[in-house]
Design a protein around this ligand. Sequence first.
Ligand code: F1X
Length: 392
Amino acid sequence: MVGPEAPLITIGVPGSFAWKVFHERHPAMIEQLCAAFPYGADVRGRLADLLRETTGGVVEPLGDDAPDHGVWAAWAADRLGGPWSDCSFLWAESYFFRRLLAAVGYFEPGPWRGIDPFAPMKEAELRSTGTAEVLAALDALPRLSEADRDDTVVRAAVWGNQADLAFRMSAGAEGAAAGLVTGDSQVFWSLFGEPGPVHLVADNSAGELAADLVLIDHLLATGRADRVVLHVKPTPYYVSDATLADVVGVLRHLVGLGGEAGAVGQRTWDGLRDGRIEVRAHPFFCAPLEYRAMPTDLRAELASASVTIMKGDLNYRRLVGDRYWPATTPFADVVDHFPSPVVALRVLKSEVVVGLDEATAAALDATGDSWRTSGSHALVQAAVPGGAAVTR
Ligand SMILES: O=P(O)(O)OC[C@@]1(O)O[C@H](CO)[C@@H](O)[C@@H]1O
């Protein structure tokens, strides 16, 4: 267990990364939404109000008729009526996305009910030339040695996390891949022993989800997993996060491509039909809370995993705590609450990071680059809670 908790990251510090997400990224995102859909003046007005509220106002409640009014009333109890600028980054961003769904009528009876506001962006990403090239390159996979295949599928799943559409809305955010700040595919595979149920907590749709499905296919094909549970978001979230509708869309796309991508798509489709792969969408995956606070039913489910794979930046923030940890804080210490062996595959896109050695952290800081937030660096970190971190 770590000593005194590090301070929470909040959105109220002008010029900070979290502040810029609210003051620069969100306005760009809303402009993009209003260009992607012919929303009427009512929806456009509600989106503009949301921007005003979240950048300079106080936290307003969800409407009384919202289906999740009760759960959010509890999650927001301490914050309603208080300034947004006092809120933690994790809480504020999650509530922002929930309120955005309210603004576009996602839950209301009416024409926009159930329409994913981010679907056009996810669709464009899935059909982009970048994704097409990555999927075509899969044809080389069956010809690789077993060791190279092990390495390739993990690297693809890590770097697939660069394909995050919310992230691309920050000017100049997309960094070139520089390298792993800690861990590698051996760290990943060190957690796997006898075949067991593996849980993968997904992040973004499109290219990242395709890479995750390749990893799942490989876990089943090599006997590292006898069953896989894929956790997705119950509703649209953080622009490109995968929902069940996205899983089906990506599978149809893969199958239509043929080649190795098509074969992976078909095997995954069959795995879903025969129960070797299951998809779940627990409401907690859209909660504004750290995994430390997960409800009993989800905790029990993840406790049954032989390994849980946590994808992406937001899952990392929720796993380790979205705090200004010293970068050398041991990973195993901050994930001691987690109910199963856990491995994080993440491109760094926010300020939080743990588990680095002193020399690496110092060398990265000395570059003067925004290595924590630019998306140019990634990590693989594994731990068996209650035991020592698996490191090299
Ligand atoms: O979880 P993901 O898709 O890897 O990243 C989510 C993200 O885009 O959202 C946050 C800011 O909006 C950052 O933590 C991060 O850059």
